[in-house]
Design a protein around this ligand. Structure first.
Ligand code: 1GP
Length: 259
């Protein structure tokens, strides 16, 4: 059904429910560690798999998604680093426009070139205002995008960028410090941006602990994305999922922070 993933994201936001997405880079997994990852994700009630990477070299994308689909019902959302990272086996596509940068290719150029293929894929398309925030070191995304990241302490610029993205019609805002960022995005910036938009807010890049995931959610993130830290230690899936979902519980019970 068209629009089912976006519907789930907006419904959760309405209910104040936070989601946890595990990011899988198809270059960094094989069938056997994928099996383990999927098992852990199901057990931890992970909400989404994001699949993609700034630079995907292998041809493992379809295989990786098919494996997930054959093992569980967790929705798969494509998080592509380029228009070549399309797979008809996924449920939905983050249709990214790099609104924090000033590289016209990533704002609209690549979209124009790939539009017929994207339309033909039949995927649910989710227009996403993608904002790369300085994570303290050059990341693959900052290099590949050939665009300066948004300074980490410029909360007002982040706020105005997200507002503009929403008014231009973006259905999601994704703030990303980049995979393996030294510094994850500060809660003050998340709060500032969350306070000025109505669409769901995705936060990722450099999140390595359940505490950080929890604080990000409390600050206003709707979806937390973790990739690198889980590649290093898959057992974190359980802890981070629990921390993210604990925000739901705490808010339902009207208590204060328990982490
Ligand atoms: C990167 O937001 C994602 O684009 C996740 O980052 O790999 O650092 O968790 P990490």
């Amino acid at each position: 059904m068209k629009g089912i993933i976006y519907h789930s994201l907006t419904e959760k936001k309405k209910q104040g429910k936070k989601s946890f997405a595990v990011l899988i880079d198809p270059d960094k997994v094989n069938d056997s560690n994928m099996e383990q990852l999927i098992e852990l994700a199901v057990e931890a009630k992970v909400d989404y798999f994001f699949v993609g990477g700034s630079l995907v070299i292998s041809d493992n994308l379809d295989n990786c998604i098919q494996l997930i689909k054959s093992r569980c019902a967790i929705p798969v959302i494509l998080f592509p680093g380029s228009p070549s990272q399309l797979s008809k086996y996924a449920d939905s596509l983050l249709y990214l426009s790099l609104i924090s940068g000033r590289n016209p290719e990533l704002l609209i150029g690549q979209h124009v070139v790939s539009a017929p293929v994207v339309r033909k894929s039949g995927l649910e398309i989710m227009p996403t205002g993608y904002m790369v925030i300085d994570g303290g070191a050059p990341t693959t995304v900052s290099y590949i995008s050939n665009a300066a990241p948004l300074p980490a302490d410029k909360n007002e610029i982040a706020m105005c960028t997200a507002m503009a993205g929403e008014m231009l019609g973006m259905k999601l805002i994704y703030m990303d410090a980049g995979s393996g960022a030294k510094k994850a995005i500060h809660e003050q910036m998340i709060a500032k941006v969350a306070g000025c938009i109505d669409v769901p807010l995705i936060i990722g890049g450099g999140i390595t602990t359940p505490e950080k995931a929890y604080l990000n959610c409390k600050a206003g993130a709707d979806v937390i994305v973790v990739g690198n830290a889980i590649e290093k230690d898959a057992s974190l899936i359980k802890e981070i999922a629990a921390a993210v979902h604990r925000v739901n519980k705490v808010e339902t019970e009207g208590q204060t922070s328990v982490v």
